[in-house]
Design a protein around this ligand. Structure first.
Ligand code: DC
Length: 216
């Protein structure tokens, strides 16, 4: 069974997706695997930056995307033997990831990898195009949203950025615009996808709403 969750940055998707994956069991009694598609784009961006390659250079970045030894183990993303999750949310990766994720052949590499990882499993997958492109026929599809002010506040309070609140808001607006205007895989509310504005809600309220909808 696939539970797909999309939405812009800072809506709490990752936290909710992790909570669902931890607490649910599929109809077959098996646990859920958590897949964060944004982290795959971030890891490819990290590889490019480490190698001194401009992540917006589509030809070179694609080579690195194809060659990157990316794997999910126990819900954590590995590059070869290194668990890289802690390196993926730097301001530098933040700045470069959206242009890289707009490169269509890189999207295909990532989409194939996600489908491969999820094949035959119960999975909670999250990102921008999980409900529309990668798993349009998922059993459950959700879109989490929140106001820009609220999203900037949440990012600021995560404490992973060196930017001030206003700069975070500006960076989010820029990234939103890129994420919503891609040739392929852009962020939009797909038909039949359950929409939830989380602005005034606590994490537990969001979790409970989705949990109720899942009816499992
Ligand atoms: O969810 P995130 O902020 O970690 O995602 C990082 C970037 O990757 C974001 O700018 C959008 C892009 N992305 C995408 O294009 N498609 C996805 N399925 C997930 C993320």
């Amino acid at each position: 069974m696939i539970i797909a969750i999309d939405g812009p940055a800072g809506t709490g998707k990752s936290t909710i997706a992790v909570m669902l994956a931890k607490n649910l069991k599929g109809k077959d009694g098996q646990p859920f695997t958590y897949i964060n598609s944004g982290n795959l784009y971030r890891a490819i961006t990290l590889v490019c930056l480490r190698e001194g390659v401009d992540p917006a250079d589509s030809k070179k970045a694609l080579e690195y995307a194809r060659g990157a030894p990316l794997a999910y183990r126990e819900g954590k993303l590995y590059l070869g033997d290194d668990m890289v999750e802690d390196l993926l949310h730097s301001d530098e990766v933040d700045r470069h990831v959206s242009p890289l994720s707009a490169i269509v052949p890189i999207r295909h590499v990532v989409n194939d990898l996600i489908r491969e990882i999820a094949a035959g499993l119960n999975a909670v997958v999250e990102g921008r195009d999980m409900t529309t492109v990668v798993f349009p026929h998922a059993e459950h599809r959700f879109f989490l949203d929140a106001s820009i002010k609220e999203r900037a506040r949440r990012r600021f309070e995560q404490g992973v950025s060196n930017l001030g609140l206003e700069e975070i808001e500006e960076a989010l607006i820029k990234r939103d615009s890129m994420d919503r205007n891609k040739i392929e895989g852009s962020l939009f509310l797909g038909e039949g996808v359950y929409y939830l504005d989380t602005s005034g809600l606590t994490l537990m309220q969001v979790y409970d709403t989705l949990h109720m909808k899942l009816n499992m």
